[in-house]
Design a protein around this ligand. Structure first.
Ligand SMILES: [Zn+2]
Length: 339
C-alpha cells in the first residue's frame, strides 16, 4: 500500500514538473551552467516481448517491456542526440542543440538481439552492449535467473533455507526472497556457486532457455547494425570480492576474447552490478580499457573520472505511470537526475 501511495505521489509530482515546463527549463539551465558538456548515459538490461515476459525468470529491476522500450526510443529520438561509443569517448559535439545521451545495455541478453535490435534499427540509433564473454562462449547463464527458476518449486524452499541459514549461523532466518538474493550477490562467486550447486540447475543452458545470452554469430550481426559490443567481465562476479588474479583474469580474459571473436578493439568496461573500488578501478585501467561504467546515478560531465562514469539505470517501473503505461513525465524526472 505504502509503495502504491509513494508511486502515485511520484507520478503526480513528475507530471506537475514536466507539464508545467519547469523540468524542461531546469534541463536547459543546468546544461548551460555546465557549459553544455553533459552526457546522459542510460543503462538497461532486458527488453521483453509479452511472450518472452511470461517465460523469463528475471527480477523486475532489470526488465523493460517491448512496448515501453519503443516509446523510450521515440522520446530519446525527439529530445536527445544519441551518440555512438566512439563519439562519446572522443567528446564529439552533436549537431544541433539537443542534449546528448549514450544508450547502454548490460549482460548481453538474447532479447537484446531478438526484441531490442529491430527498434534500434527502426530509429537508426547506436547503442553499446556490455557482454559477459564466458557466458557466450560456454552457453552459461546468470545465477539469479537460475535461482528464481528453482524457487518456483516450493518443495525446494525448506532445504535451501536450511543450507543458507547454516552457512550464515542463523543470520538469515526468515528472510525474504529479495534478502536471500542480496546476501548471495555479496558473496565471492566460488562460495555462492558452492551454496547454490545442490539447489538449482547448472549454469549451462540449452537452446530455447528464456534467460540465455546471445551467440557469437548474433553478436557479429549486432555489430554490423552499429551496436558496439564491449566487456562486462568473463563470469560476472562482483569484482571487489575477488582476489587480484581473478580480477585480472576477468578483465583481461574478456577483453582478449571479445577482440579475437569480433575483430575489434574493446574500449569500454561495465563493472558487474556497478560495483567497484580503487583496486578494481586501477586494474581496469591496467588491462587497457579506455573507460568504465558504474551504476551510480547522474550525468557524465567533461572532466569527470572516465573510469567511474555515472549512468541512469532504467527499467519498466521507472518510466511508467500509475496505470502501467509509458510516462514521458516519469522518464524526464529520472533522466534529469533529480531522482
Ligand atoms: Zn550485469
Amino acid at each position: 500500500m505504502a509503495h502504491k501511495v509513494r508511486r502515485f505521489l511520484f507520478c503526480l509530482g513528475a507530471g506537475l514538473l514536466y507539464y508545467s515546463g519547469i523540468l524542461p527549463l531546469w534541463f536547459l539551465v543546468r546544461d548551460w551552467m555546465r557549459g553544455g558538456e553533459g552526457v546522459c548515459v542510460i543503462g538497461l538490461h532486458r527488453v521483453l516481448s509479452e511472450e518472452q515476459e511470461c517465460r523469463a525468470n528475471s527480477l523486475e529491476g532489470i526488465v523493460m517491456r517491448e512496448r515501453t522500450f519503443a516509446k523510450l526510443l521515440d522520446y530519446l529520438g525527439r529530445h536527445f542526440a544519441v551518440l555512438s561509443l566512439d563519439a562519446f569517448l572522443d567528446g564529439r559535439r552533436a549537431p544541433g542543440s539537443k542534449p546528448r545521451c549514450l544508450l547502454t545495455f548490460d549482460d548481453g541478453w538474447r532479447d537484446n538481439y531478438t526484441t531490442a535490435l529491430p527498434w534500434l534499427k527502426k530509429h537508426r540509433m547506436p547503442a553499446v552492449i556490455f557482454v559477459v564473454t564466458g557466458f557466450i562462449e560456454e552457453r552459461n547463464t546468470f545465477w539469479v535467473e537460475r535461482l528464481i527458476q528453482g524457487w518456483r518449486s516450493p518443495e525446494q524452499h525448506a532445504g535451501f533455507r536450511k543450507a543458507l541459514e547454516d552457512s550464515t549461523q542463523g543470520r538469515l532466518v526468515g528472510t525474504t526472497f529479495e534478502g536471500i538474493v542480496e546476501h548471495l550477490k555479496n558473496l565471492p562467486a566460488q562460495n555462492r556457486e558452492a551454496l547454490l550447486a545442490s539447489w538449482i540447475s547448472a549454469a549451462h543452458v540449452e537452446d530455447g532457455n528464456p534467460d540465455e545470452t546471445f551467440t557469437w554469430e548474433e553478436a557479429a550481426d549486432l555489430q554490423k547494425e552499429g551496436i558496439d559490443i564491449e566487456a562486462h567481465s568473463f563470469t560476472h562476479p562482483l569484482l571487489v570480492y575477488e582476489d587480484e588474479q581473478t580480477v585480472s583474469r576477468e578483465l583481461a580474459g574478456s577483453k582478449r576474447m571479445l577482440e579475437e571473436r569480433l575483430k575489434k578493439k574493446v574500449r569500454a568496461f561495465a563493472y558487474p552490478n556497478g560495483t567497484w573500488d580503487d583496486r578494481v578501478r586501477r586494474q581496469v585501467q591496467m588491462a587497457g580499457y579506455d573507460c568504465a561504467f558504474t551504476t551510480a546515478p547522474g550525468w557524465h560531465h567533461r572532466g569527470d573520472d572516465i573510469y567511474t562514469i555515472r549512468r541512469i539505470m532504467l527499467h519498466e517501473g521507472k518510466v511508467t505511470g500509475v496505470g502501467g503505461e509509458f510516462s514521458p513525465a516519469a522518464l524526464a524526472v529520472r533522466l534529469s537526475g533529480l531522482r
